[in-house]
Design a protein around this ligand. Structure first.
Ligand SMILES: C[S@@+](CC[C@H](N)C(=O)[O-])C[C@H]1O[C@@H](n2cnc3c(N)ncnc32)[C@H](O)[C@@H]1O
Length: 302
């Protein structure tokens, strides 16, 4: 299966993998408007608007009904996923962890909207144009971080720990790490390296949260690609060409949860199917691309 990706490629929020961050924020904006009990991200809409992809702005602002362009399941996944990572960070903070690292932070606004305890330092790491854009845009909007926010601009396939250390990261302190919506955009060996490196940089008691997707059965990836191509065609009729199927890396890879367990992390988790059931969400029906099997996992380093 082909991908447009290559080593060292980079992007802003309106191109290549960067568009996935803008789409994720658009989903949070739609989901926040629908039901603030699961997700309340007031920065999602203004951030999407500032990126300037017209159709995403119209969706994020409610001017275009999502039903015309996106499936409800996409919005509902944003709800359970945001809630999962919000709770992960708040639990870690409640347990006294004062250093958080949001890997592939995209347009995530947790550093501006969660009630972090005083003294918490939140690092955000993504491609240079992505982190710079968010810093600038939220400053222009007058938003104030709710923790001490530090940014690191780096490529997660390269020497990102150097950028994190340069921003002040202290590996001797327990850390709460998240890698949300990231792993499928890394080549398999880069995923393993990332999880190895997180572990190496984690003092005992550190926590991690990420997604763990079962390896594809025969035909699964073709179905995923067809579905993403159908979505991309719909976007194209609105002058937006994300070519979503070609942004990911395909093929076998180590599953994140067992891999992390092998590195010494004690994990728990829940599938999207279970989280939908727990939150009375019913949009997961024709599950031909196994969305429901994806697990959100979190845990502690022993
Ligand atoms: C689907 S978005 C998720 C963004 C954010 N975590 C969220 O959930 O809204 C994927 C993010 O991964 C980042 N990303 C993917 N590959 C990367 C790499 N090699 N280096 C740095 N960032 C990367 C992209 O820039 C993008 O912000």
């Amino acid at each position: 299966m082909t991908s447009t990706r290559h080593d060292g490629d980079s992007w802003d929020l309106a191109s290549s993998v960067g568009t996935t961050a803008t789409m994720a924020a658009a989903a949070r904006a739609i989901a926040s408007r629908a039901d603030r009990s699961l997700i309340d991200d007031p920065f999602a809409e203004p951030l999407v608007r500032a990126v300037g992809v017209e159709v995403l702005t119209r969706l994020a602002s409610g001017e275009t009904e999502p039903g015309e362009l996106v499936e409800q399941v996409w919005i509902d996944v944003a709800k359970v996923r945001t809630k999962f990572y919000d709770e992960f960070f708040l639990d870690a903070a409640g347990a006294g962890i004062t250093q958080a690292v949001i890997l592939a932070s995209g347009l995530d606004s947790r550093a501006y909207r969660l009630a972090w305890p005083a003294g918490t330092v939140v690092y955000e790491l993504d491609q240079p144009q992505v982190v710079d854009f968010k810093t600038r845009t939220l400053a222009e909007l007058g938003a104030e971080p709710t923790a001490e926010r530090r940014v690191a601009a780096a490529d997660l396939r390269e020497d990102w720990p150097a950028a994190l250390r340069a921003a002040g990261f202290d590996p001797a302190r327990p850390t709460a790490w998240s890698a949300e919506g990231l792993l499928g955009y890394l080549p398999p060996e880069a995923q393993d390296r990332l999880l190895d490196t997180i572990t190496e940089l984690s003092a005992p008691g550190s926590r991690v949260a990420t997604e763990s997707k079962p390896n594809p059965r025969p035909g699964d990836e073709e179905r995923t690609q067809e579905r993403l191509n159908r979505m991309s065609e719909q976007w194209q009729s609105h002058s937006f060409s994300p070519d979503m199927a070609r942004l990911r890396y395909y093929g076998e890879r180590n599953e994140a949860a067992p891999y992390l367990t092998g590195l010494g992390w004690a994990l728990t988790g829940a599938t999207i199917r279970e989280l939908f059931a727990a939150n009375d969400l019913t949009s997961l029906q024709d599950d031909d691309i196994r969305t429901g099997d994806m697990r959100y996992v979190s845990g502690t380093l022993g």
